[in-house]
Design a protein around this ligand. Structure first.
Ligand SMILES: Cc1cc2nc3c(=O)[nH]c(=O)nc-3n(C[C@H](O)[C@H](O)[C@H](O)COP(=O)(O)OP(=O)(O)OC[C@H]3O[C@@H](n4cnc5c(N)ncnc54)[C@H](O)[C@@H]3O)c2cc1C
Length: 532
C-alpha cells in the first residue's frame, strides 16, 4: 500500500487513466483528457459492443428512432450538449434559431393534440388545458420547499395529492365530471413519472425537487439521431482508446499493483474485467449507471466503498422509463396531430388501486408522440414508466402489440382500427449494464447524496490521490437524469485530474524532499498485460 504524494508514471508516458463506460459522460471525460499536455495513457473500457450508453439511435421503420435519450432539454447557450451538437453540425435550423433558444417552456410537454378517453371518444381540450394548468401550478409550488426547514409532505406525490384534495372539495360539478378531471390529472402524474424516471411521485423527495434546473430553450431533437453526437466525440479520440466488449467486474483500489511487463512500477488501482483481463492504472473514472452500481455494490469495489458513499448509492432513486414505437401503414390521426393522450376514466391519483400488472400495465402508458419524417411509415412513440414499464419488458412483442391495438381500438371507438404493422421498444430495466433509465432524488435522500456520489476516492486524499473518480448523470446535483448533466459530470472529473497534474507539474523535481513521498514498489504484482 502507498503512503501519500505523487504517483509513479510509466516511463516516457503520461499517467494511466481508465474510463469505465462509453456513454456521454465517459466519452466527454476521455475527449477532455486526450487534449491535455500530460498526454495520459488512456483507455475507455465499455461493457457492450457500442458507444453511447443511454444515447442510442437505431435505424428502423425507414428512419431513425431514439431508443434512449430523445430531446436536448433546454437547448440554449448554457447547455453543453446543445453547444457541442451545434459545433458538429447535428441540429436543424429551427433548433439553432435564437427564438427557440430563448423560449421558456419550463421543460414541459405541450398540450396534447387530442385526448382520448378509455370510454371511447375525445375529451374536451378546454378541460385538459384546465387540468394541465392546475397540475403545473402545483408542480411550480414545489420549488418553494427547496431549503425549507420543513415540508408539508415527504414526497412530491403526497404534496400534489394533498393540494388536489383541497381543489376537489371546491369543484361544483357532478360526480362523473369530477371523476373525469381526476382521470386527466392521473395522466399528468404518469407523465411526471416518465419525466422523473420513477414508479410513483410518492417516491420523489419534495424538499430537493426544485433543485433540478431547467434551462431555457424549446426541447429539440437530432434530425440524424442523438447518437451522432457520441459518434462524433468518439471519432475525435485517438484510435486505440476505445475497448469494447470489456465489462468491468471489480475495481481494486487503494492498492499497489504491478504489471508483468514493467516490474518495479506500481499503480494504486487495478481494474479487473469479467473476461479476466486486468488493467493497472493511476486513475479510474467510473461512469457506469446508478442502476448498475446499485446492483453490483457489494462486489464492484475492493475494498468496499466507504459507508456513506455506499449509502448514497442505495438512497438515490433510479427508475424505469421506456418507449414503445408502433409502426402503422396509414395514420389514424389528423395530419397536424403531434401528441395523442390516453385518459383512463377509472383512474385517479387520489385512489391507491393496485390492479394486477398483467391486466392493467398499459394504463400507465401516457399516450403517444407522432414521430416526424419516416417516409412511407407512420410511427408513434409511447412512453411508460415504473413497475408497469418493467413488466412490459417481460412481455413478447406480440403481447405488447395486441394489448396496444386493443387500447387504441377502444379509445378511438373504432373496433376496425388496423393493427400496427410492427412494434419496437426499449428495455432499459433488463439491460444488464444499465438496470433502469435515470436517477431522481428519492424520499430519504437529497442533493447532498448526489454530491457525495461524485466525490473521488480515497476520501481524505491519503495515499495516491484521485484513484477512483465518479461521473455520470446521477452525479450531477442540478442536471441529473439528462445528457447535459452526464456530459458536464465527465468534464468535471477530467478537470479534476487535470488540476492534479497541473499542480504536480509545478512541484519540485524528483530528488527533492517531496520525492520521498513517491509510492514504494508494490507487492501484489504479476497481473497480465493490461492494454491488449
Ligand atoms: C428512455 C430514455 C429516455 C431519455 N430521454 C432523455 C432526453 O430526452 N433528454 C436527456 O437529456 N436525457 C434523456 N435520458 C437520459 C440520458 O440518456 C442519460 O442521462 C445519459 O445518456 C447518461 O449518460 P451517462 O454517460 O451518465 O451513462 P450511460 O449513457 O448509461 O453510459 C454508461 C456506460 O457504462 C457502460 N457500463 C456499465 N457497466 C459497465 C461495466 N461494468 N464495465 C464497462 N462498462 C460498463 C454502459 O454500457 C454504458 O455504455 C433518457 C434516458 C432514457 C433511458
Amino acid at each position: 500500500m502507498q503512503s501519500s504524494g505523487r504517483q509513479a508514471e510509466a516511463p516516457g508516458r503520461g499517467p494511466r487513466v481508465l474510463v469505465v463506460g462509453a456513454g456521454i459522460a465517459g466519452l466527454g471525460a476521455a475527449q477532455r483528457l486526450c487534449c491535455h499536455p500530460a498526454s495520459p495513457h488512456l483507455r475507455v473500457l465499455e461493457a457492450t459492443a457500442r458507444a453511447g450508453g443511454r444515447i442510442r439511435s437505431e435505424r428502423s421503420f425507414g428512419g431513425v428512432v431514439e431508443v434512449g435519450a430523445h430531446w436536448i432539454h433546454g437547448p440554449s447557450q448554457g447547455n453543453p450538449v446543445f453547444q457541442l451538437a451545434a459545433k458538429y453540425g447535428l441540429l436543424g435550423e429551427k433548433a439553432l434559431s435564437e427564438e427557440s433558444q430563448l423560449a421558456e417552456a419550463g421543460g414541459r410537454a405541450g398540450l396534447p393534440s387530442v385526448s382520448y378517453a378509455s370510454s371511447g371518444g375525445s375529451v374536451s381540450p378546454e378541460l385538459v388545458a384546465e387540468m394541465a394548468t392546475l397540475f403545473y401550478t402545483l408542480i411550480d409550488q414545489t420549488r418553494e420547499f427547496l431549503r425549507a426547514a420543513e415540508t408539508p409532505a415527504p414526497s412530491v406525490g403526497e404534496y400534489l395529492k394533498k393540494e388536489i384534495r383541497q381543489h376537489v372539495a371546491g369543484w361544483a360539478e357532478e360526480e362523473e365530471a369530477k371523476r373525469l378531471k381526476l382521470a386527466i390529472l392521473n395522466n399528468a402524474f404518469n407523465v411526471q413519472c416518465c419525466v422523473s424516471g420513477t414508479h410513483s411521485m410518492d417516491l420523489v423527495a419534495l424538499a430537493p425537487f426544485g433543485e433540478y434546473t431547467v434551462l431555457p430553450g424549446l426541447d429539440c431533437t437530432f434530425p440524424g439521431g442523438y447518437q451522432g453526437l457520441t459518434d462524433c466525440i468518439m471519432a475525435s479520440l485517438p484510435k486505440d482508446v476505445m475497448v469494447f466488449n470489456k465489462p468491468v467486474k471489480t475495481i481494486h483500489w487503494d492498492g499497489s499493483f504491478e504489471e508483468a511487463s514493467a516490474p518495479g512500477e506500481t499503480f494504486p488501482v487495478l481494474v479487473e474485467c469479467e473476461d479476466g483481463g486486468c488493467f493497472p492504472a493511476h486513475h479510474v473514472v467510473i461512469t457506469v449507471p446508478l442502476g448498475f452500481l446499485k446492483e453490483r455494490l457489494d462486489t464492484f469495489f475492493e475494498p468496499p466503498l466507504p459507508t456513506e458513499k455506499a449509502e448514497a448509492i442505495r438512497k438515490i432513486g433510479f427508475g424505469t422509463n421506456n418507449k414503445i414505437f408502433l409502426e402503422f401503414e396509414e395514420p389514424f390521426w389528423q395530419p397536424d396531430c403531434q401528441h395523442i393522450q390516453v385518459v383512463w376514466r377509472d383512474t385517479s391519483p387520489l385512489e391507491d388501486a393496485a390492479p394486477k400488472l398483467q391486466d392493467a400495465w398499459f394504463k400507465k402508458l401516457v399516450g403517444f408522440w407522432v414521430l416526424p419524417s419516416f417516409g412511407a411509415s407512420q410511427v408513434l412513440c409511447g412512453f411508460i414508466a415504473g413497475l408497469e414499464s418493467e413488466f412490459m419488458e417481460t412481455l413478447s412483442d406480440e403481447d405488447v402489440l395486441l394489448s396496444l391495438t386493443q387500447v387504441l381500438r377502444r379509445v378511438t371507438g373504432n373496433p376496425q382500427l388496423p393493427a400496427p404493422r410492427s412494434v419496437l421498444r426499449s428495455r432499459w430495466h433488463s439491460a444488464p449494464y444499465t438496470r433502469g433509465s435515470y436517477s431522481y432524488v428519492a424520499v430519504g435522500s437529497s442533493g447532498d447524496d448526489l454530491d457525495l456520489l461524485a466525490q473521488p476516492l480515497p476520501e481524505d486524499g491519503r495515499g495516491a490521490q484521485l484513484q477512483v473518480l465518479f461521473a455520470g448523470e446521477a452525479t450531477h446535483r442540478t442536471f441529473y437524469s439528462t445528457t447535459h448533466g452526464a456530459l458536464l459530470s465527465g468534464w468535471r472529473e477530467a478537470d479534476r485530474l487535470i488540476a492534479l497534474w497541473d499542480s504536480q507539474a509545478q512541484r519540485p523535481e524528483p530528488g527533492s524532499e517531496l520525492d520521498s513521498a513517491l509510492p514504494v514498489p508494490g507487492s501484489r504484482g504479476g497481473w497480465p498485460h493490461p492494454f491488449l
